[in-house]
Write a protein that binds this ligand. Structure first.
Ligand code: NAG
Ligand code: NAG
Ligand code: NAG
Length: 360
């Protein structure tokens, strides 16, 4: 099992090249849309539905080892329900994902006060972050991809300067999905840190909890947090702690050693486009590998889900899904020792995620 999981992902070089080429040729604009709609992409048995509310993934349909199809992400039946959502099911969060302590930071000698939406801290971009706005559908081809764009204005939720953001979800081959989040600052420096906030349950969204899933996380350090989940600024080894998933273990193996389950950022070990995690679910045989070019990944086990009425009337409880949110380190704007999230004019923020799904 361990040997199997640590095997190198085949063919990664060639498909990255095709991702970059295909994404660069996104000239086939489908025109601006400000209505909230549902959009599908489909390749064989692998299909996804989206809404432009929050550039959200509504469903991910995948076969299991016997070819049976299941929806493996948590969500709602109607698009309207996403507007009242407080779980961030399937959405893209920003302008700065994760928490900013005290809802403030200083950039080039100027203090910025943000909208606080979790106590006196800012979570996922504020009260009305990118997950709570209507994106435009810039390009959509049912058999290949969808691209959403959003223009964030100067002062939005307290953040300085305009930024233009795009998110593309696209198939690569028959069993890979690439997510590419790009942004640029239009005039002055601004922090940007986007994350895809899907909640996965590889046994099917309505199959119960994810504690028996096996996970391997390629991060030998974490950024510990205080009582309010704000990083202390330390970067500490996982060795000898319940956070050590360097070797595959079930998510539930040591979860009871933690007061609230997992909700922590890993400092990933790899450079450039590197493997972040592998998750495997025994009954369905489904396996998900995740690659990214980001330095961090928040591992969250849906600790705060309390009786959320979801798709098909199914009620999601604590640990009904897990999130692997690749991103920069949380609260980096207040920790000079963390990799910077400041995007200067002329620079491009470019966050790549690649999922590879198999079932055996
Ligand atoms: C996805 O959207 C299409 C088109 O609206 C719809 O026919 C299909 O049932 C949806 N699939 C899921 C799993 O919701
Ligand atoms: C969303 O919340 C508002 C205000 O509480 C409520 O009126 C509305 O029915 C809710 N919509 C859905 C789809 O649950
Ligand atoms: C910014 O905030 C810091 C810490 O609260 C304070 O010491 C400093 O004087 C403030 N600077 C400006 C320019 O307001």
């Amino acid at each position: 099992m361990e040997a199997e999981m640590s095997k190198k992902m085949p063919g990664v070089g060639s498909f990255i090249v095709s991702v970059i080429l295909l994404m660069a040729s996104n000239g086939c604009a489908a025109g601006k849309e400000k209505e909230i709609g549902v959009y599908e992409i489909k390749r064989g048995d692998f299909s996804l539905n989206f809404t432009n509310w929050g550039a959200t993934v509504i469903s991910v349909i995948l076969p299991d080892k016997n070819g049976k199809l299941n929806d493996v992400v948590l969500g709602y039946d109607s698009v309207e329900e996403y507007e009242n959502d407080t779980t961030y099911f399937g959405s893209v969060v920003g302008r700065v994902a994760n928490r900013i302590g005290g809802a403030r930071f200083t950039l080039n000698g100027k203090n910025y006060t943000l909208v606080a939406n979790e106590g006196h801290n800012t979570l996922h971009g504020g009260k009305k972050g990118f997950s709570d706005v209507i994106w435009s559908v810039k390009s959509h081809e049912k058999d290949s991809h969808i691209t959403f764009t959003y223009d964030s204005f100067d002062g939005e939720q307290g953040f300085p300067r305009q930024s233009r953001v795009s998110v593309t979800y696209m198939f690569v081959g028959t069993n890979k999905l690439a997510v590419r989040m790009k942004a640029k600052s239009l005039n002055k420096p601004t922090p940007i840190n986007l994350a895809f906030h899907g909640y996965w349950n590889l046994g099917g969204h309505a199959s119960g909890n994810i504690l028996s899933h096996t996970i391997q996380i390629f991060g030998s350090k974490i950024t510990p947090v205080d009582q309010e989940l704000i990083p202390t600024g330390q970067i500490t080894p996982v060795q000898g702690t319940p956070y050590d998933f360097l070797k595959p273990q079930t998510i539930g193996s040591r979860i009871n050693d933690l007061p609230n389950g997992y909700d922590i950022n890993y400092a990933l070990d790899g450079q450039d486009l590197h493997r972040a995690a592998i998750v495997w679910e025994r009954r369905s045989g489904r396996k998900m590998e995740l690659w990214t070019n980001e330095p961090g990944m928040q591992f969250y086990t849906g600790n705060k889900l309390v009786d959320v009425k979801g798709k098909g009337g199914f009620v999601y409880r604590s640990h009904a899904g897990f999130c692997l949110e690749t991103q920069g380190f949380p609260d980096a704007v207040n920790h000079p020792n963390f990799p910077s999230q400041i995007v200067n004019p002329g620079e491009i923020y470019d966050h790549i995620m690649i999922y590879r799904f198999t079932a055996v």
